[in-house]
Design a protein around this ligand. Structure first.
Ligand code: ATP
Ligand code: MG
Length: 582
C-alpha cells in the first residue's frame, strides 16, 4: 500500500493546508533539520534536545527529576544534549551500529532519558519496557525485539535478567546505571563508560523513514504487539503536543505515564523537549498526596495523566486537593482509557478545571483526537481530530463493503486516513496483521466509536468488547460511565456474558470507594440507577463486587480477563497484568 505523507513539514510551512481556525491558536513551532544532515534528514533526538543549543533555551532546565526520597536532580538542555551524545558514543564504543536495538528496563530515572535520546541520536532503535514486568515478559520481548543492549539497574538485573540473558544471541551488553558490583562479563557500569564517552559525538544522519522506536502495545485485548515507528514521527509528536496539550516553552509540564509504554516516550520524553518545556519526572509510584504536592511545589502548569490515576484521585477524596495550592495549573489532559463524564465533572468541581480527554494508540504514535484547549469540552467525548488528521466511522454497507458512516451517532470502527508521520510502519514480524489494519486509505483502529453532528468522536468500546443483547449493541463505556456516577463506586468494568435468549447479558464488575461495604441494598441501588438512566435493555442484569479490577500496567481495565474468568476460559496472555485482587 502506498503511504502518502499528508502531514509533513509542508504543513507547518503552508498554513492553508491546516485548519488553524479549528485550533484557534497561533501556528505551531516548526521542526528543524539537523545541522549538517543531508536534505530530508531528520532525527528525533536532535529535534528534542540539540536544536535548542545556541538558543536562549540552552541553559534552561529540561528535566527536573524528583527521586523517591525527594532528592532533586536537574539537567539543562545543554547537559541533556551532551550526555545523550556521550551515550551515542558509548554505544559506538560497544561496537553497535545504527539500527541496533537498545532496550530500557528502568523506572523514571535521569539515565532513562539520556539513554533514550542518545539511542535515537546514534541512529539506533529505542524500546522501553515496564520495570515491573516479570522475567518472562521481559525475555519474550527482548527475544522478538532482538535486543542488543539493555539499560537497567543492578537489582532489576539480578532479579529479572541474570539467569537467562546470555541465551539471547543478539544481546551483547547490560548497562547498569547504579554500578557493576558483580563485575560479570558483558555487564558494564553505565556511568563509568559515560565518563570516557565523547559528549561531542555527532548525531546520525537518519532519514524520515528510518526506524526509531519499537513499542509494545498494552496487551489489553490479547498478546502485545511490537509496533515500529520512524524518525519522521517527531513532526506529529511536536505538533500534537502543541495542539492537544497546549504545550508552550514557558510551561512546567508533568506527564505521569510509566516509561514502559508509548505515552511515556512520545509525551514523556520527545514532544515536551521538542517544545522546550521544563519537564517534571517523579520516580515514585502513585500517591494522591504526593501528586498534589508535586503539582503545588513544582508549579506544574500542564499535566497529562490517565483515567486510572484520575479515578484513584477521586477515590482519595475531595478535601485532599483543597490542602494544596494548585493555582499554577492551567491545563490538564487524560489518555489511555475512556474518561467517564463523571471524572470531568469531578475535576471541574474539585480541581476547578476540566480534564481534556484525548485518544490515540501505540500504533498512531501520537494524539489523533482531542478535546482542544480552545474548544468546548463535551464530557465523555474524546474530542475532534487534530489538524491534518482525518478520522471517520467505518461501517459495513449492505453489500458487505466498508464505507464511511454518513449519519451522525452511527456506531462503527474508528478509522484514521493513513499517512500521518507518526503512523506505525509495521508490527514486528507480523506483516499480515499490519496489512489487515488497513482498508484502502483507512487505518482501522479496532475501537468502536460514534461521531456527532459537530464532529466530536465518542468512544463506544473495543471491537472485541462490544455487547450484543436482544438486538441492542451496547458499548461497555456507556454502562460503566453511568455506574461511575454513584458516589460509592470507584471503578467499573462491564462485559457481555452468553445468554440463550438475549444472546448476551450485561454484567458489571464494581470496585467500591474505601470504607464502603458491598451489600444487597447497594447492588439494588446501582441496578436501579442503571435501569433509570439506560433502560432495562441496556442496564446490567448482574453486578459483582470486587476489591480491584484486573488492569494492564498502563492502567487499562482488562475486560477480556473478567470475561475469561467469568466463563472459565483460559486467561490468554497476562504478561502486562498488574496483580489484582478478586
Ligand atoms: P493491545 O492492542 O495490546 O490490546 P492496547 O490497545 O490497550 O493493547 P495501547 O496502544 O496502549 O494498547 O492503547 C490504545 C487503546 O487505548 C486504544 O485503542 C483505546 O482502546 C484505548 N484508549 C486510549 N485513549 C482512549 C480514550 N481517550 N478513550 C477511550 N479509549 C482510549
Ligand atoms: Mg491496541
Amino acid at each position: 500500500m502506498m503511504i502518502k505523507p499528508i502531514f509533513n513539514k509542508v504543513l507547518a510551512e503552508n498554513a492553508n493546508l491546516v485548519n488553524y481556525a479549528q485550533a484557534k491558536t497561533q501556528p505551531p513551532p516548526r521542526c528543524t533539520q539537523p545541522k549538517g544532515l543531508s536534505s530530508g534528514g531528520i532525527n528525533i533526538g536532535y529535534e528534542a534536545v540539540d536544536r535548542h543549543l545556541g538558543t536562549p533555551f540552552e541553559d534552561k532546565v529540561a528535566l527536573r527529576w524528583i527521586s523517591k526520597k525527594d532528592q532533586i536532580v536537574e539537567l539543562s538542555y545543554h547537559q541533556l544534549s551532551k550526555q545523550s551524545s556521550a551515550f551515542g558514543s558509548l554505544l559506538n564504543q560497544l561496537g553497535l551500529a545504527s539500527g541496533s536495538r537498545i532496550f530500557s528496563l528502568i523506572g523514571r530515572r535521569p539515565e532513562l532519558y539520556i539513554a533514550a535520546l542518545g539511542t535515537l541520536k546514534a541512529g539506533c532503535v529505542f524500546t522501553p519496557l515496564f520495570s515491573a514486568f516479570g522475567p518472562e515478559p521481559i525475555r519474550s520481548r527482548m527475544e522478538i525485539g532482538e535486543a542488543n543492549v539493555v539499560v537497567t539497574t543492578v537489582s532489576l538485573y539480578r532479579k529479572k535478567l541474570k539467569s537467562w540473558w546470555r541465551e539471547l544471541p543478539h544481546l551483547k551488553a547490560i548497562l547498569l546505571v547504579d554500578g557493576n558490583p558483580d563485575n560479570e562479563e558483558g555487564c558494564f557500569d553505565f556511568h563509568l563508560l559515560m565518563g570516557s564517552a565523547d559528549p561531542q559525538y555527532p548525531t546520525a544522519r537518519t532519514l524520515p523513514e528510518d526506524t526509531a522506536l519499537l513499542h509494545f502495545t498494552s496487551g489489553t485485548t490479547g498478546k502485545p504487539k511490537g509496533v515500529l515507528h520512524v524518525h519522521q514521527a517527531v513532526e506529529h509528536h511536536l505538533l500534537s503536543a502543541f495542539y492537544a496539550l497546549d504545550l508552550k516553552p514557558t510551561d512546567t509540564y508533568w506527564c505521569t505515564a510509566d516509561p514502559g509504554w508509548v505515552t511515556g516516550t512520545t509525551y514523556g520524553i520527545i514532544a515536551p523537549l521538542c517544545i522546550g518545556v521544563t519537564m517534571i519526572v517523579d520516580e515514585a509510584e502513585f500517591d494522591a498526596e504526593r501528586w498534589y504536592k508535586i503539582l503545588q511545589d513544582q508549579h506544574v502548569t500542564v499535566w497529562y495523566t490517565a483515567p486510572t490515576a484520575i479515578r484513584m484521585l477521586m477515590k482519595a477524596g475531595d478535601t485532599l486537593p483543597c490542602q494544596f495550592d494548585l493555582t499554577a495549573l492551567r491545563f490538564m489532559a487524560s489518555v489511555g482509557e475512556p474518561l467517564n463524564p463523571e471524572a470531568v465533572e469531578w475535576s471541574n468541581r474539585v480541581l476547578k478545571m476540566p480534564f481534556h480527554d484525548n485518544w490515540w494508540q501505540t500504533e498512531t504514535g501520537g494524539i489523533m483526537i482531542a478535546n482542544y484547549p480552545s474548544e468546548p469540552i463535551k464530557p465523555g467525548s474524546m474530542g475532534q481530530p487534530l489538524p491534518g488528521i482525518e478520522a471517520a466511522i467505518i461501517i459495513d454497507d449492505e453489500q458487505g463493503h466498508l464505507v464511511e458512516a454518513s449519519t451522525p451517532m452511527t456506531i462503527g470502527e474508528l478509522a484514521v486516513r493513513a499517512g500521518w508521520p507518526s503512523m506505525f510502519r509495521g508490527y514486528l514480524n507480523q506483516a499480515e496483521k499490519y496489512a489487515q489494519c488497513f482498508n484502502g486509505e483507512w487505518y482501522l483502529s479496532g475501537d468502536l466509536a460514534m461521531m456527532d453532528e459537530d464532529g466530536y468522536f465518542w468512544f463506544v468500546g473495543r471491537k472485541d468488547d462490544l455487547i450484543k443483547s436482544s438486538g441492542h449493541l451496547i458499548g461497555p463505556f456507556e454502562v460503566e460511565s453511568v455506574l461511575m456516577e454513584h458516589p460509592a463506586v470507584a471503578e467499573v468494568g462491564v462485559i457481555g456474558i452468553p445468554d440463550p435468549v438475549a444472546g448476551q447479558l450485561v454484567k458489571a464488575f464494581v470496585a467500591l470507594k474505601p470504607g464502603i461495604s458491598a451489600d444487597d441494598d447497594l447492588r439494588q441501588a446501582l441496578l436501579g440507577l442503571a435501569r433509570k438512566r439506560l433502560g432495562a435493555a441496556v442496564a446490567p442484569k448482574e453486578i459483582a463486587f470486587r476489591t480491584n479490577l484486573p488492569k494492564t500496567r498502563s492502567g487499562k481495565i482488562m475486560r477480556r480477563l473478567l470475561k475469561a474468568r467469568e466463563l472459565g476460559l483460559p486467561e490468554g496472555d497476562t504478561s502486562t497484568l498488574e496483580s489484582d485482587e478478586q
